[in-house]
Design a protein around this ligand. Structure first.
Ligand SMILES: Nc1ncnc2c1ncn2[C@@H]1O[C@H](COP(=O)(O)OP(=O)(O)OP(=O)(O)O)[C@@H](O)[C@H]1O
Ligand SMILES: [Mg+2]
Length: 433
């Protein structure tokens, strides 16, 4: 059963108006080229990484949904953005349904000085919030969070499907009518999906996901949907005492931290249009379980299963049985890699861990996708990946054929393994473990 609010009189009038229009021949149509469209002036949040993920800044009248696990830094990020916008002389409003005004102030004290200029409203009643937004007329408004607001006309608890849908729809109406950019902070469920109805994601213009490991300071911001920009961009932050700090040269940091030990390889990945070097680590150890473990962090679990199968069938590195081996693969730094170029990194890291030897010329870099028949496939932007690797002093980069100058090219997984792994007798994983 799903609760909805009964249509108001205005809705009825609108519906009747529509029927009337049809009877008189409908609305005159215009070609797209004749539609007047003023260039949108985006509002910079002053946080470069956030602006980049948004596609250049906030679009007036748009709704942005920001999701993320508890305590990841959603309120910090929105506080900082509002602070910058207020500092630039625009009207802002921070609506907090979760924390009291004092709590919001305490957090703002950690941040830049202008964060304290933002007007805050601690309120959960939707009508009161809408009234305040309408009278205060901010350029940008943050609702933290959409799940805590309550529409009095519905009896459901805040956060229920009906409530969230109604709250978002009413805020959207106001935002579009007054050209206010609204950022809705949303909760995520245990498995990381945005809580609440899927319809919320359809409704808003932009869905941002803020993720990272609680224990690590790195946080990653991605766009899952963006009506005003690409969804390929990702922004990297570090949580510090003074708030979130943009990580501008993440590659340098990750390469400096790389261990170069057996089981370690540097992946030259692409994060949207930007190359990023990250360390991929693997550990292979005999399992006590009948069903050996396959544990990943920062990667897709199915991807590991696929690469292990290809390694066993076409790379001569079998980890399945007699004795079975547990395999752990980790992208260091709490970054999540979602691109096909990671395959070769997983394969090299696991092979190196299984044999208990460091890769030749370590630290070495790599990228490439594996095909099911053991071939190494070309992936996008090889020249940018290679340039990034060279910039950070990686002289050896294993890559698919056709990647260009400076790469150690190979056309199959077997060929890549034979170049990357030291020849001669190697310790089997059981001894290494
Ligand atoms: N003084 C500090 N130094 C460094 N990090 C801090 C400090 N104070 C708080 N943090 C970090 O900020 C996080 C809280 O940030 P924030 O309140 O923005 O998260 P949130 O995503 O809004 O959480 P919630 O889901 O509870 O609303 C804490 O988990 C902690 O990691
Ligand atoms: Mg919060």
């Amino acid at each position: 059963m799903e609760e909805r609010s009964a249509g108001t009189a205005a809705d009825g009038k609108r519906a009747r108006g529509r029927v009337g229009a049809r009877a008189t021949g409908g609305t005159p149509l215009v070609a797209l080229s004749q539609v007047a469209a003023a260039p949108v002036a985006r509002l910079q949040t002053g946080i470069g990484e956030l602006d980049r993920v948004l596609g250049g800044g906030l679009v007036p009248g748009s709704l942005v949904l920001l999701g993320g696990s508890p305590g990841i830094g959603k309120s910090t990020l929105t506080n900082m953005a509002l602070g910058n916008i207020a500092g630039a002389g625009h009207k802002t409003l921070y609506v907090s349904g979760e924390e009291s005004a004092e709590q919001v102030r305490l957090r703002a004290e950690r941040l830049q000085a202008s964060a304290l200029e933002v007007p805050v409203m601690a309120e959960t009643d939707l009508d009161a919030v809408l009234d305040t937004i309408a009278s205060h007329a901010p350029r940008v408004c943050v609702i933290d969070s959409v799940q805590t607001l309550r529409c009095g006309e519905l009896s459901g608890a805040p956060g229920s499907v009906g409530q969230v849908r109604e709250v978002a729809a009413r805020i959207m109406d106001l935002a579009k009518a007054r050209s206010i950019a609204v950022v809705l902070v949303g909760h995520v469920t245990k498995d990381g999906a945005l809580a609440g109805p899927r319809v919320l994601e359809h409704l808003v213009d932009c869905v941002l996901q803020f993720e990272g490991e609680r224990e690590r300071p790195y946080r990653e911001l991605r766009a899952l949907k963006n009506r005003f920009g690409s969804t390929n961009e990702a922004g990297l932050f570090e949580m510090r005492q003074g708030g979130l700090v943009e990580v501008l040269d993440a590659s340098a940091r990750f390469v400096a931290e790389a261990t170069h030990a057996p089981g370690s390889v540097v992946l030259a990945a692409m994060e949207g249009s930007r190359p990023l070097l990250v360390e991929v680590q693997a550990l292979v150890s005999p399992s006590e379980l009948e069903q050996p473990r396959r544990v990943v962090s920062g990667l897709d679990r199915n991807r590991l299963a696929l690469v292990l199968a290809i390694l066993g069938r076409h790379g001569g590195v079998g980890l399945g049985s007699h004795p079975p081996y547990d395999v752990f693969v980790n992208v260091v730094g709490g970054v999540r890699i979602d691109e096909p170029g990671v395959d070769l990194a997983i394969a090299l890291a696991v092979a190196s861990a299984a044999k208990g030897v460091a890769l030749n010329g370590s630290p070495c870099g790599c990228f490439g996708e594996l095909g099911l028949t053991g071939e190494l496939r070309w992936v996008g932007h090889p020249e940018r990946r290679l340039a990034e690797a060279a910039r950070h002093g990686l002289s050896v980069v294993h890559a698919p054929a056709g990647s260009g100058q400076g790469a150690h090219e190979a056309s199959t997984l077997r060929a890549a393994l034979s170049v990357a792994l030291p020849s001669g007798r190697t310790r089997p994983a059981s001894v290494a473990a």
